[in-house]
Write a protein that binds this ligand. Structure first.
Ligand code: NAP
Length: 486
């Protein structure tokens, strides 16, 4: 029998932006699931904060409507007794005294202040948290991505947050790091003797990281047009995944042991400057097309104006160190692509010499595919003999482990794990300030290169895999983007 999940200390989780999309779609369902598993001590409180004039009952009614699909009403009502709401404007003092009194009423609780708002409110919120004396005892602050839009703005935010909360209290969240498959990458690499000896440029040909979405920008167009795929996805999620693949074995899972190794990878990324941005990167923007069987408008139509913002990026990154010299990491991400899929593909080098003749078929590279979503799991593509008579015919098949099939129950959402890690004060899966800075240091010259080139992003039809230049980027090197249906 599996042991019940360990409980945590009693806590207050304050969600600034408690009525927003992320809070309603991810954070509150995550807490409800942990409640259902018995991990939330009864005196703990979840306190939603936003400007909307709601009281506890009004907020609970809003949540009831979105959480009722998870579980029956009795359990939900029990959970909602632990949920509260305070109307506040992060930029004004009204309401803060009342909010501070509510927090002070449980002085012994761990305090988690989750900033699920636009980053331009982070500084105001932290200043007021400091000013009202709320950073006391075991307090932590969680910062949602993106932290800034370049190194300079990220530093401004981190400096201001750092005046109130020290680094060990600051949890910069990247929910990709809480995904089951990403944790499993650590275990596959460092819990098996099989892979690590092969995990280097002598045996690995290249790595692909794809994070593809079928959705367009929808109601987030205002935010998205200010960011684009590079800031929204590559600088954080894709680089964090790259770090997990490429880092050296940490001495332990101690937070700084892991984060030190990730930082070394970020620092070893070869800069892509003005002269190379056209060669190693492709940016695109979707136009009208067919996605998930329906006709959908293009990005400019959704936005209501023309725009130079990319909704797709493909690029070739290189890590300048002994382990990875000469092994390209191809990254791609975009909206309105044909499939919702996030995966890491590690492609091994071909065998040095084939003993099979042409009539047997062609030998293909071994590939280790780690799928983060939708169906989390691991596949190892191997060449085998096609069973039965008919001569020795080669066939490529996956050793396939879908976590849902192997372990039955649905995997917990990444936010469930990460929120409780914050309560426990464990920052292993959160980004340290120097990691965020190193990631911007690499991303900024690419963004500057694009701005200097002053070229519009390449159009691609919604429902396609991005501009043809993204295919050319990898095919120029004699490789292809992985297709799991092959
Ligand atoms: P959203 O839906 O626009 O919600 C913003 C929240 O902030 C609302 O509750 C809003 O409520 C509140 N708010 C706005 N101005 C405020 C102010 N002056 N004082 C207090 N509260 C204020 O945004 P979101 O999509 O939830 O995203 C929140 C953050 O998470 C952003 O940084 C985003 O980049 C990040 N993020 C979101 C997702 C996602 O899937 N949505 C994923 C990853 C990261 P009122 O207007 O009533 O004040």
């Amino acid at each position: 029998m599996t042991a019940p999940p360990p409980s945590v200390e009693a806590f207050d989780l304050v969600i600034f932006g408690g009525t927003g999309d992320l809070a309603l779609r991810k954070l509150l369902p995550a807490m409800f699931h942990r409640f259902l598993d018995g991990q939330i001590p009864p005196s703990s409180r979840i306190i939603g904060v936003a400007r909307e004039a709601l009281d506890d009952a009004g907020y609970r009614a809003q949540l009831r409507a979105s959480l009722i699909k998870i579980c029956d009403a009795a359990k939900l009502d029990q959970f909602l007794q632990q949920v509260f709401y305070r109307p506040l404007d992060a930029r004004k003092d009204d309401g803060w005294d009342d909010f501070a009194a509510l927090i002070a009423s449980e002085a012994g609780h761990v305090r988690v202040f989750y900033l699920s708002t636009s980053p331009n409110l982070f500084v105001d919120i932290c200043n007021r948290l400091g000013g009202y004396g709320l950073n006391q005892g075991k307090s932590r602050v969680v910062l949602e991505k993106p932290i800034g839009r370049d190194l300079e703005s990220a530093n401004r935010i981190n400096d201001a947050v750092g005046k109130v909360f020290n680094e060990s209290q600051t949890f910069r969240i990247d929910h990709y790091l809480g995904k089951e498959t990403v944790q499993n990458l650590l275990v596959l690499r460092f819990g098996n003797a099989l892979f690590e000896p092969l995990w280097n440029s002598a045996h690995i040909d290249h790595v692909q990281i794809t994070v593809a979405e079928t959705v367009g920008v929808g109601h987030r167009a205002g935010y998205y047009d200010h960011a684009g795929a590079m800031r929204d996805m590559v600088q954080n999620h894709l680089l964090q995944l790259l770090c997990m693949v490429a880092m050296e074995p940490p001495a332990s899972l101690a937070p700084d042991a892991v984060r030190d190794e990730k930082l070394k990878v970020l620092n070893a990324l070869q800069p892509i400057d003005d002269a190379h941005v056209g060669q190693f990167t492709v940016r695109g923007q979707y136009r009208a097309g067919v996605a998930e069987g329906a006709s959908v408008p293009g990005y400019p139509d959704e936005l209501g104006s023309a725009s130079n913002t990319e909704t797709f990026v493909a690029l070739k990154a290189q890590i300048a160190n002994w382990r990875w010299a000469g092994v390209p990491f191809y990254l791609r991400t975009g909206k309105r692509l044909p499939e919702r899929v996030s995966e890491i593909v590690v492609a091994f080098k071909p065998v040095p010499h084939s003993i099979f003749d042409a009539s047997s078929g062609t030998l293909t590279q071994n590939r280790l595919v780690l799928r983060l979503q939708p169906d989390e799991g691991v596949k190892l593509w191997l060449t085998i003999k096609h069973p039965g008579p008919g001569g020795l015919r080669l066939r490529t098949v996956p050793l396939d482990m879908s976590f849902a099939e192997a372990f039955g129950a649905q995997q917990p959402d990444a936010y469930e794990r990460l929120l409780l890690d914050v309560v426990r004060g464990n920052p292993t899966l959160f980004m340290r300030r120097d990691e965020v800075e190193a990631a911007w240091r690499w991303a900024d010259p690419i963004l500057a290169g694009w701005a200097n080139a002053n070229e519009a992003p390449r159009p691609y039809a919604a429902g396609s895999w991005g501009p043809s230049a993204a295919v050319a980027l990898i095919e120029r090197d004699g490789r292809t983007w992985h297709d799991d249906s092959e």
